[in-house]
Design a protein around this ligand. Structure first.
Ligand SMILES: *Cc1c(COP(=O)(O)O)cnc(C)c1O
Length: 384
């Protein structure tokens, strides 16, 4: 048996030990963590919808009508009217014939690779893809090949190594720990060879990018007919939880028949689906949040450039500041905490060795003085 005490103390020595802090209240521009009031630069609730009154009200109303638990899997008797309405709304919003709900994004990603690929098949991924896409490939039994980050020639080289068998090419649309984005046109031109399935995970684009938050395809003016499989989550900009796959009628039906992470799990609570419908309505009717977020991204980039901060190249709401050693990133994050700023230190194995970083996520409701304070504090801590 592994010596767990020793393994844990090694993690501590390497600055890789993870500790949970306890949130005493909702997500917001400010949060209360372990009793401290902090400006929040670490949540994926980009638009502030996780605690929006309309979304909360829908959740409560649906709980009154449907109860809390869904009671079973979608295929048994857990598929309720709010689930169906949300699937229909998501299909229409993203421009696909159909959409299918999952309880989490992790499970949605597992579903696609496992349904389409098995031993003898190939899955080609950007090497910085989200862990759930990498795990999905491993679980499927297909051969995983990882290409260099955002390098489409490297992707083509991997494709040339595939012989017969299914091929799935998948990528984050906006990279979750880096904030940079795929050039979808170039990626598709390289990926659409050898009859490969192409899939994008738009967890960080859906809700914030494109017309009314329709996501990365809309942002980059790519028609949904060009991409076989579009995945996005509801736990980030949408402010609820869960995820969906949007695709053709046949692919969705095939997932319902074969995807184990769809079949063998309890459906999300109906109230979560109803609350997500409210968020979608807000996206469509009130585009000012996406605009405020864009303005905040522009302002943060300007301020951090002026201050000479080592910010990574990103135009998204994810603005990581590269630190390097894990213990240093952790120490700076802790110092920021004492100054009233919450910014998580992202360390290996979430990111490659020696690329620990402070992962700043911006929100629509941050004010310009919040951003000024952030940059000033970072500047003074990084100088030391
Ligand atoms: C958060 C995230 C997921 C997982 O979604 P959950 O709903 O949190 O399980 C998948 N892919 C990417 C790129 C993510 O950022």
């Amino acid at each position: 048996m592994k010596d767990l005490k020793k393994a844990l103390s090694q993690l501590q020595q390497q600055g890789l030990y993870r500790r949970r802090r306890c949130l005493q209240g909702p997500q917001g521009r400010e949060i209360i963590l372990d009793g401290h009031r902090l400006l929040n630069f670490s949540s994926n609730d980009y638009l502030g919808l996780a605690n929006h009154p309309d979304v909360v009200r829908s959740f409560k109303q649906a709980a009154d009508q449907y109860g809390v638990g869904s009671g079973s899997a979608h295929l048994v008797n857990g598929h309720s009217r709010p689930h169906q309405q949300l699937e229909d709304a998501l299909a229409e919003f993203t421009g696909y014939p159909r959409a299918l709900l999952f309880s989490t994004g992790y499970m949605a990603n597992l579903a696609v690779a496992q349904s389409l690929c098995s031993q003898g098949d190939y899955i080609i991924e950007d090497r910085l893809n989200h862990a759930s896409l990498l795990d999905a490939a491993k679980l499927s039994g297909g051969k995983l090949m990882r290409h260099l980050h955002l390098d489409y020639q490297s992707l083509e080289k991997k494709l040339q190594r595939c012989d017969k068998g299914e091929i799935l090419v998948s990528s984050d649309a906006v990279f979750s720990m880096d904030g940079d984005a795929v050039n979808i046109r170039q990626w598709l031109d390289s990926a659409q060879q050898k009859n490969a399935w192409c899939m994008l995970d738009d967890a960080h684009g859906f809700g914030v990018l494109g017309n009314q938050g329709r996501g990365s395809l809309s942002e980059q003016q790519i028609d949904s007919s060009q991409l076989h499989i579009y995945m996005a989550t509801l736990g980030k900009a949408i402010g609820t939880s869960g995820a969906f796959i949007a695709a053709s009628e046949d692919l969705i039906e095939y997932l319902i028949q074969t995807a184990r992470s769809y079949i063998y799990t309890t459906a999300m609570p109906p109230a979560t689906a109803q609350a997500s419908l409210s968020s979608l309505k807000l996206l469509i009717e009130e585009p000012h949040r996406q605009q405020s977020l864009r303005d905040n991204i522009t302002l943060f980039k300007q301020l951090s450039l002026q201050a000479g901060l080592p910010v990574m190249p990103s135009d998204s709401a994810i603005q990581p500041v590269m630190i390097g050693p894990a213990d240093k990133a952790l120490a700076i994050s802790q110092q920021l905490f004492t100054k009233g700023l919450h910014i998580a230190a992202i360390r290996p194995p979430t990111v490659p060795k020696n690329t620990a970083r402070l992962r700043i996520t911006l929100r629509a409701d941050h004010t310009s003085s919040d951003l000024q304070q952030l940059v000033e504090q970072l500047h003074s801590l990084l100088k030391q």
